[in-house]
Design a protein around this ligand. Structure first.
Ligand code: MG
Length: 296
């Protein structure tokens, strides 16, 4: 199933896409009355997924055209920071090392262990929303197309072998980055955390919908292909990332993990090709649709 967040009649809601994806059924209509508290989001559904997942009835509710609502991110306000993995595709780790923007150093440009940072919930925006270029704060805004993993069953000490049992589903993340801030402040948080720097969507798909195989990740800027890779090329795969994070941090239902970006980001070019006002970034991942955002 594919879940969207949306505004309708002034309220934040969750919907399930039906048919060809042009219509949605609201969660409120698809579940028995009182199954979820008023105002519940996708995280609350994921928490109760074992009980409620099988109770979703998409046939008896009346569908709404997606075109008549304003979509938000599927999880518009995550309960805590989004976990992110940096330098997790071999070619990107190399281009990042070559670019001179990597203040973390490293002899061979390849990480020995997953490089982890976070983005705050306040950075999240939905499909179609504008990325703020923050003039005066940064002059080097870059895109990063990434597969986002959504945790279902939480836990600590999750083994790589059982990690996929803890995945509820997937979405697309654009790990927008202010390269000058990332470089000058050494620690990556500031450059990754600016308002609007975490586009997410257009929907969240359950794991069974997406399947277990490698996924193709593709990013275009104004229609020109910049990034094209397969998640097969991840240095640290999803089970390894989950095992690493959960070793000492209890993962919670609804946690989002951005798994890293392939080669082809703006700093990979000579000279670098940063985003400017009016640019349109589109990220497509197998089974997860296309996330489109423009720079305001
Ligand atoms: Mg990234």
């Amino acid at each position: 199933m594919k879940f969207v967040g949306y505004h309708h009649h002034g309220r934040r809601q969750v919907g399930v896409l039906v048919g060809d994806g042009s219509h949605l059924v609201s969660l409120t209509d698809a579940l028995p009355a009182g199954a979820l508290p008023d105002g519940a989001g996708l995280t609350e559904l994921i928490e109760r997924w074992d009980i409620l997942g099988g109770k979703l009835d998409l046939d008896s509710a009346s569908p709404i055209a997606v075109a008549t609502v304003t979509l938000t991110a599927p999880i518009p306000t995550p309960r805590r920071n989004i976990f992110c993995v940096g330098r997790n595709y071999r070619e990107h780790a190399e281009e990042f090392g070559r670019s001179g923007y990597d203040a973390t150093g490293g002899a061979n440009n390849q990480p020995d262990a997953p490089v982890v940072f976070t983005k705050p919930p306040s950075a999240v925006i939905g499909p179609g929303a504008a990325i703020d270029p923050h003039p005066g704060v940064t002059g080097e805004v870059d895109y990063e197309a990434e597969l986002g993993v959504i945790i279902g069953r939480g836990g600590r000490g999750i083994t790589a072998e059982s990690a996929l049992d803890h995945v509820w589903g997937y979405t697309i993340i654009n790990d927008v980055t202010a390269r000058d801030l990332q470089k000058s402040h050494k620690q990556w948080f500031l450059g990754k955390a600016l308002d609007t720097f975490c586009p997410m969507g257009p929907y969240a798909a359950t794991a069974d919908e997406v399947g277990a195989g490698p996924l193709d990740v593709r990013c275009t800027v104004n229609g020109e292909v910049r990034q094209e890779a397969s998640t097969r090329d991840l240095i640290f795969d999803i089970p390894t990332i989950i095992a690493t994070l959960s070793a000492g941090i209890t993962l919670q239902p609804g946690d989002v993990i951005a798994t890293g970006t392939p080669a082809g980001v703006g700093i990979g070019f000579t000279p670098p090709r940063f985003l400017t006002s009016g640019d349109r970034v589109q990220i497509t991942i197998t089974g997860l649709g296309t996330l489109t955002n423009h720079v305001s």
